[in-house]
Design a protein around this ligand. Structure first.
Ligand SMILES: [Zn+2]
Length: 466
């Protein structure tokens, strides 16, 4: 067998910029090519520089559409990558507008930085032309339909239950009677979440590359999260206020919508209008509606029986035009407004916050991760005064956060998923997690499953087969 190695080019001891290089003899493939998100200078340096020649890569295999797994593909293409990009069909459709949106946001950011003379003049990582060149390379694959990446390498996707189209990927390398199986978890979802099927357990692998975002945490159970959600909404309605929910347009918004639909079916928080105020959430929902094969049984049944519910039901309004978005400010009755971006760094949620933060009747409800340095984080941490569009606003609204909506498996879910792999992996590499969560998970995996566990550093290369 030709030597097989893997080197971790990103998401090593951090949660961003997933990028892993697999070498098999003379051949090279890339698994994911995500955008590294961080401070401007560092992010630009990391995203522009590849530790390999993009022209030397034969193919890219992508796990799912989140930008920290796909968002640097156009840079790779712009720097000479000539080959195909393998993905599931839903990933392909979501990536088409998510990459276009990423190019748009970068161009706008560069324009802002250059206009205000912040540091050295900059240019965007990539533009719409590079995105068009990239999305033209996608090759679609169904779950459970193996394909040949090379004559001796077979790849297969399984459902990861993380976002629509997300995949667990297995690679089977075979030469002259010997074989070796490698599993790449991408981001691992959670069982019993709304909409998506539970993560599958694929056939056993010798080596597993596993995410570890919440390797040191246990999420609040779903029933408790829903109970808290109902209490928060009812309390706000009793005050005559509105609930403002910053949410990522892809995944989290659809989960919230499905959760509210389910609550209403059970007679809770009915009669309250819900506005989804994000053009991209509308586009994303349209992709969801085209892929009922990705839904769990309950969602599929509701979808078929109620013509499009739970993504469109009577009290739910998708707001498209900016005028309509602004006109929500004139409403006097209680309502729920779900708007992007999830960390309040841009998007329509910002104008809703400017209008609503100073009113003690309202609630700002955080349902996603809030990175340090973002407006969302300052609000969540209880800042009394925040700057919105350069204007100081005193926070009088109630601020709440719910962690039960996470799309990443927690420690218990990660360990029980690995424990169900048969045969169990001999070696596990932990990626996509800060060092604390990765070390906590490594300790449990070693103790419970007796596996050899590594937490690679960026650029570190390991021989899997020699
Ligand atoms: Zn993800």
């Amino acid at each position: 067998m030709a030597p097989l190695t893997i080197s971790f080019q990103g998401a090593a001891r951090t949660v961003t910029g997933s990028r892993h290089l697999i070498r098999f003899g003379e051949r090279r493939w890339l698994f994911d090519c995500g955008l590294y998100q961080g401070h401007r200078d560092e992010a630009e340096r990391v995203n522009r520089s590849f530790a390999f020649d993009p022209a030397s890569i034969e193919a890219v295999v992508v796990s799912h559409a989140h930008l920290d797994h796909t968002g640097n593909l156009p840079t790779l293409v712009a720097q000479g990558y000539p080959g195909p990009i393998h993905a599931t069909e839903a990933t392909t459709q979501l990536s088409t507008f998510m990459l276009a949106d990423s190019a748009f946001l970068q161009e706008r950011d560069v324009e802002h930085v250059n206009r205000h003379g912040i540091g050295k003049p900059r240019r965007a990582l990539y533009g719409q032309g590079d995105v068009a060149n990239t999305v033209g390379r996608f090759v679609k694959h169904a779950y459970h339909a193996p394909w040949q990446l090379a004559p001796e390498v077979e790849v297969c996707y399984y459902d990861a239950g993380h976002i629509l189209g997300s995949a667990l990927t297995t690679f089977a390398f075979r030469t002259g009677g010997t074989s070796m199986r490698l599993g790449m978890s991408g981001d691992l979802g959670r069982p019993n979440r709304p909409i998506l099927r539970d993560p599958e357990v694929h056939p056993g692998v010798d080596v597993l590359v596993l995410e570890s975002t919440y390797g040191d945490r246990f999420h609040t159970p779903a029933a408790e999260t829903e109970r808290e959600l109902v209490e928060i909404v009812e309390r706000t309605v009793a005050r005559g206020g509105r609930v403002l929910v910053p949410a990522f347009a892809v995944g989290r918004t659809q989960e919230l919508v499905a959760t509210f639909h389910g609550l209403c079916e059970r007679g809770q928080v009915c009669d309250l209008p819900i506005f989804v105020d994000s053009p991209m959430a509308g586009e994303t929902t349209a992709v969801f509606v085209r892929h009922p094969e990705c839904f769990d049984d309950e969602t599929r049944r509701t979808f078929e029986e109620q013509g499009g519910a739970p993504f469109g039901f009577q009290r739910l309004h998708y707001v498209t035009s900016p005028q309509e978005s602004r006109s929500l400010n004139d409403r006097t009755e209680p309502c729920i407004i779900i708007a992007a971006s999830g960390m309040c760094e841009g998007g329509r949620i910002v104008h809703h916050l400017r209008h609503g933060l100073g009113d003690a009747r309202n609630t700002v409800l955080m349902v996603g991760f809030q990175a340090e340095g973002t407006l969302g984080r300052r609000i969540r941490d209880g800042a009394g005064l925040v700057n919105v569009f350069g204007e100081p606003i005193r926070v009088r609204a109630e601020v709440q956060s719910l962690d039960g909506f996470s799309a990443h498996a927690d420690q218990g879910e990660l360990v029980s998923w690995v424990a169900r792999l048969d045969p169990p992996p001999r070696r596990i590499f932990l990626v996509h997690g800060e060092i604390g969560p990765a070390e906590a998970l490594a300790a449990v995996l070693k103790q419970r499953l007796g596996a050899e566990v590594h937490i690679p550093t960026r650029g570190e290369e390991f021989v899997l087969w020699s």
